[in-house]
Design a protein around this ligand. Structure first.
Ligand SMILES: NC(=O)C1=CN([C@@H]2O[C@H](COP(=O)(O)OP(=O)(O)OC[C@H]3O[C@@H](n4cnc5c(N)ncnc54)[C@H](OP(=O)(O)O)[C@@H]3O)[C@@H](O)[C@H]2O)C=CC1
Ligand SMILES: CC(C)(CO)C(=O)C(=O)O
Length: 318
């Protein structure tokens, strides 16, 4: 398969490098020192699964990419708008599909639940496949992605149109990713998977970032556990009000938290400490706005949201 990876950071760099190693035709959108390092030295993946380096095609202009079958959108939520023109260019680069041929499509991998609609507004619902990923990776130096731990997983599927069965394109993409050594599941309706992830992430990232503490420093306090359970219940109530079937319950999310290593620090906390923008509008903010629109009260999440909001722009904010 021919892939364009838009955003070559923790997520795009890690999965893209695995695809290159498996022999797929992959072109990466990158910029600055990371782009220069990728061109000069290749893209290196480091972590407990074993280090490897692949030579890559990388550019800062998608006009030079050539036709692709799949666009993987792997920039942060707040950068998606800036790459939508590139997505449009890539989706039209292959020309009209031959009869029976699958038209090119875009897989979204952002945390949160907002991006599929934002992308669909630009390129049409039919071109969008939704995905979510469980992994812990970051650019540790230009040209190098470092994975913490060994877990990685993608869940992908349709979010618009027919969500009653696993689509052929979701299955083909699953097979290509699995063949590249990626742990991946195709589902009929990916909206539940996106909310499943958000129901935990919106809570844990908010509590750890607002307190500047890893999960282990918070979770043994019974009062914290009760408020965490309330926050989780709020997110799940918003999902239910939107007609989404999730597989989580507040108690299951508390249990999931208990299973994490005590030193686990959500990436939002790392972003805060590094002066980077936070995806707060797309996690906590999205839950609060969606709750308000559906008449679902979100008092705990609203409190966390206003505490995080002053940091949303990172050091770009005065
Ligand atoms: N990393 C992780 O462990 C996980 C991340 N996610 C989600 O995945 C998404 C991506 O996160 P992550 O990979 O960590 O983010 P990163 O910041 O590591 O990577 C994004 C990359 O995209 C680049 N980029 C942004 N806009 C452009 C552009 N216009 N042209 C070229 N390059 C561009 C950024 O460059 P620059 O630095 O110059 O801005 C950066 O290198 C987020 O929504 C995140 O929440 C989900 C699960 C886990
Ligand atoms: C909580 C975690 C590590 C789960 O993958 C995550 O996605 C994040 O910190 O952003």
């Amino acid at each position: 398969m021919r892939f364009a990876i838009l955003g070559s950071g923790g997520v795009g760099g890690f999965f893209g490098a695995k695809l290159v190693r498996a022999g797929h035709d992959v072109t990466f959108l990158a910029r600055g020192a990371h782009l220069r390092a990728m061109r000069e030295h290749g893209l290196t993946i480091r972590g407990a699964e074993g280090d490897f380096t692949v030579a890559v095609k990388a550019d800062d202009d998608v006009q030079r990419f050539g036709p692709v079958d799949v666009v993987v959108l792997a920039v942060k939520n707040y950068d998606v708008a800036s790459v939508l023109p590139a997505v449009k260019t890539l989706l039209s680069a292959r020309g009209a599909p031959a009869p029976g041929e699958t038209p090119p499509f875009v897989l979204t991998l952002q945390n949160g639940v907002d991006i599929p609609s934002e992308v669909a507004a630009a390129v049409g619902e039919a071109a969008v496949l939704g995905g979510t990923t469980y992994i812990s990776t970051a650019i540790s130096e230009p040209g190098v992605i470092t994975q913490t731990g060994t877990n990685h997983r993608i869940v992908l599927g349709e979010v618009f149109g027919d969500t009653s069965r696993i689509s052929d394109r979701a299955q083909s993409l699953r097979d290509a990713l699995a063949g590249a050594g990626i742990t991946v599941e195709a589902v009929a309706d990916a909206r539940g998977a996106l909310w499943d992830k958000l129901s935990f992430l919106a809570c844990i990232s908010a509590f750890c970032t607002a307190s500047r503490l890893p999960v282990g420093a918070l979770r043994d306090n019974p009062a914290f556990r009760e408020v965490f359970r309330q926050a989780a219940a709020e997110v799940l109530s918003v999902a239910a009000a939107e007609g989404i079937t999730t597989t989580r319950t507040p108690d299951a999310l508390v249990q999931y938290m208990d299973g994490l290593p005590a030193h686990m620090r959500p990436s939002m906390l790392g972003d805060l400490e590094n002066g980077k923008p936070l995806e707060v509008e797309y996690l906590q903010g999205s839950v609060v706005r969606r709750g308000r629109a559906r008449g679902v009260p979100t008092p705990v999440m609203s409190t966390l949201y206003v505490l995080l909001l002053p940091h949303a722009q990172g050091e770009r904010k005065a």
